[in-house]
Design a protein around this ligand. Structure first.
Ligand SMILES: Cc1cc2nc3c(=O)[nH]c(=O)nc-3n(C[C@H](O)[C@H](O)[C@H](O)COP(=O)(O)OP(=O)(O)OC[C@H]3O[C@@H](n4cnc5c(N)ncnc54)[C@H](O)[C@@H]3O)c2cc1C
Length: 333
């Protein structure tokens, strides 16, 4: 439905990354529900995106928001580059393609009914096509095409052997019975090419008349009615406009965990409404608690790579001319 230059959808999803692509694809399965999907980036047309070995080179490119941290007291006050995808497919267009669900104990420690690891397992299974074949931890037939590397680089094998040598017991699958321990990662690669979340979920859904993708369009702010989000103010190359969303109970869905503060704030609003049903705290208090919680509980892991083509003359995994003599210090979520 259109009114002037403004649009109205039943559901508005912001961001076409991991969360947004899945949300938009699944929600638009109901032909009676109109879904608007807003994405600041454009098509994943950079040929390096599809080529798995080139993933480290995408950071700092046009598809990276290229965030930077404030000086971090625990790393000698260094400022860290913090990559995030700005493209259809979000960070799955530039990430390392490792398919890691997360540690079961993390899900279980949240204490949220219905969100424990066992509760989520049916959804993990439904999402994947595990090419080695179905087993107790994996399924076939889902949109995510998962492979296990069959010819790892000798340095990778040596690295895993070193872990075992110092007493870290190997495991057979990071998404299996035991997450900890050296093993090869399962990867989201199909026919030798990266499979982004948009390839897996969004592209097959884009032909639906009730799903409307607004690419190269950035959400500037949210339109709030009390603690309820009613829409968003957007900007694209034609200018600014307002989009509203109105299906009762589902007006708004954010499709990113890491973006402008207003998106985090909206997630807090949504959660605060949910929490208020079960606790006797007022809205502002809950909202402040949630924002504080995101600020203090956010987790990050550190990865360090060093490439020297003289050391790895035939590195099949990561070698690229631009990576010669390339030392790289990198953080990602
Ligand atoms: C370099 C790198 C390597 C990684 N490697 C791995 C890995 O190997 N395995 C793994 O499991 N995870 C990895 N990750 C993390 C993983 O990719 C992310 O956790 C996941 O994609 C996050 O999903 P998301 O939906 O929250 O956000 P994203 O996938 O980042 O999607 C957010 C989307 O929202 C859009 N957006 C943001 N703000 C706005 C706005 N104002 N208006 C419109 N659109 C907006 C963005 O452009 C983006 O497309 C990696 C991440 C990075 C950066």
């Amino acid at each position: 439905m259109t009114s002037g230059s403004d649009h109205w959808f039943d559901i508005l999803v912001i961001g076409s990354g991991t969360a947004g692509s899945v949300l938009a694809a699944r929600l638009s399965e109901d032909a009676d529900v109109s879904v608007g999907l807003v994405e600041a980036g454009g098509a994943a047309s950079d040929p390096r995106i599809a080529e798995p070995a080139q993933w480290p080179l995408l950071q700092g490119s046009a598809i990276d928001w290229a965030y930077r941290t404030i000086p971090q007291p625990h790393t000698a006050n260094r400022v860290h580059e913090w990559a995030r995808g700005k493209v259809i497919g979000g960070s799955t267009a530039l990430n390392a393609m490792a398919h890691v669900r997360g540690h079961p104990a993390d899900f279980d420690s949240w204490g949220c009914a219905g969100w424990g690891y066992a509760d989520l397992m049916p959804y993990f299974l439904r999402s994947e096509h595990y090419t080695p074949g179905a087993n107790a931890h994996h399924a076939v037939g889902g949109p995510l095409h998962l492979i296990r590397p069959t010819a790892p680089h000798p340095v990778t094998e040596a690295y895993m052997a070193a872990g075992t040598e110092i007493g870290i017991a190997p495991t057979d699958d990071h998404n299996g019975a035991c997450m900890a321990g050296p093993t090869l990662n399962t990867l989201t690669i199909k026919d030798g090419k990266r499979q982004t979340i948009a390839d897996a979920y969004l592209a097959p859904a884009l032909g639906r008349p009730n799903l409307h993708l607004m690419a190269e369009t950035q959400v500037l702010s949210l339109i709030l009615d009390g603690t309820r989000c009613r829409g968003a103010r957007l900007a694209d190359r034609h200018g600014e406009r307002v989009v509203t969303a109105g299906l009762s109970g589902y007006q708004f869905a954010t499709g990113t965990s890491f973006a402008a503060p207003f998106v985090t704030a909206t997630a807090a609003l949504m959660l605060s409404r949910a929490l208020r049903r079960s606790r006797s705290m007022d809205g502002p208090t809950i909202r402040q608690l949630l924002i504080e919680s995101v600020r203090t509980h956010r987790r990050e892991h550190h990865v360090q790579f060093r490439y020297h083509s003289t050391v790895l003359p035939d590195c099949r995994s990561f070698h690229h001319p631009a990576a010669d003599e390339f030392q790289w210090n990198h953080r990602y979520q």
